[in-house]
Design a protein around this ligand. Structure first.
Ligand code: CA
Length: 234
């Protein structure tokens, strides 16, 4: 899979390592070492397909950059993966509030980052004319018929559980806050709390059995459906 990745990272060694590895995987790469140059690089032609954004930059915070990217038409929909250091839990949450799609915690493996970049690119490329039948590892769903299978065995889901699974699958590889799930699955005006989301996710996960491992819990943030089936250890 090719595509242009913009890496906004002030640690030059890390940025260079990422560039080398991404190029080896067939990606085109654009590097920026400051927030301001990163913003400029995000909007210059051709615009990047995915942005890897460091949270701590010398001139602008990653959260601020993300917010600005979301305000501009050219970058509003561009997937952003935030790189954070360990222990930046609060900043992480803020990161999703300003619209990051995923994150990795430093030190992260380049392999993991590449899997996540691929997942985000696939999501974007797949949105046009997606077929009704979607396969993800051991899981298969038919969106039109509202049916789901794990290892070819059909699982009985309620309408709500199906909507939840569908929301997870169609935004796979992206972090989903409880609030976002509430408005996507239940509707904004629904009289339910975020705890209801947790209850239903738990039940859905139980019904999915081994495939329930595709749903990852992010403490204090929400959930993330794996970007690739291979992210679950066999
Ligand atoms: Ca940094």
């Amino acid at each position: 899979m090719s595509g242009l990745v913009l890496v906004i990272e002030d640690e030059v060694d890390l940025a260079t390592t990422l560039e080398y590895n991404l190029r080896a995987e067939g990606f085109q790469v654009r590097l920026a070492h400051t927030g301001r140059s990163g913003l400029a690089a995000a909007t210059s032609d051709p615009t990047p397909d995915v942005i890897v954004l460091d949270l701590m930059l010398p001139d602008l915070a990653g959260t601020e950059i993300c917010r600005r990217l979301r305000e501009q038409d050219r970058t509003r929909e561009t997937p952003v993966i935030m790189c954070t250091a360990k222990g930046e839990e609060i900043d992480r949450v803020v990161g999703f509030e300003v619209g990051a799609d995923d994150y990795v915690v430093k030190p992260f493996s380049v392999r993991e980052l590449i899997l996540r970049i691929r997942a985000l690119m696939r999501r974007v490329q797949r949105t046009e004319g997606e077929p009704s039948l979607v396969r993800f590892g051991r899981l298969k769903i038919d969106r039109d018929a509202h049916r789901a299978w794990v290892d070819e065995g059909e699982i009985g889901l309620t309408a709500l559980e199906f909507r939840l699974l569908h929301a997870f699958l169609s935004r796979r590889g992206r972090v989903q806050t409880r609030d976002a799930l509430l408005s996507d699955v239940w509707g904004i005006d629904a009289d339910v709390t975020t705890r209801t989301v947790d209850t239903h996710v738990k039940r859905l996960r139980e019904k999915l059995g081994d495939a329930g491992a595709y749903i990852e819990t992010l403490r204090g943030v929400g959930y993330r459906f794996k970007g690739e089936p291979e992210e679950v250890e066999a």
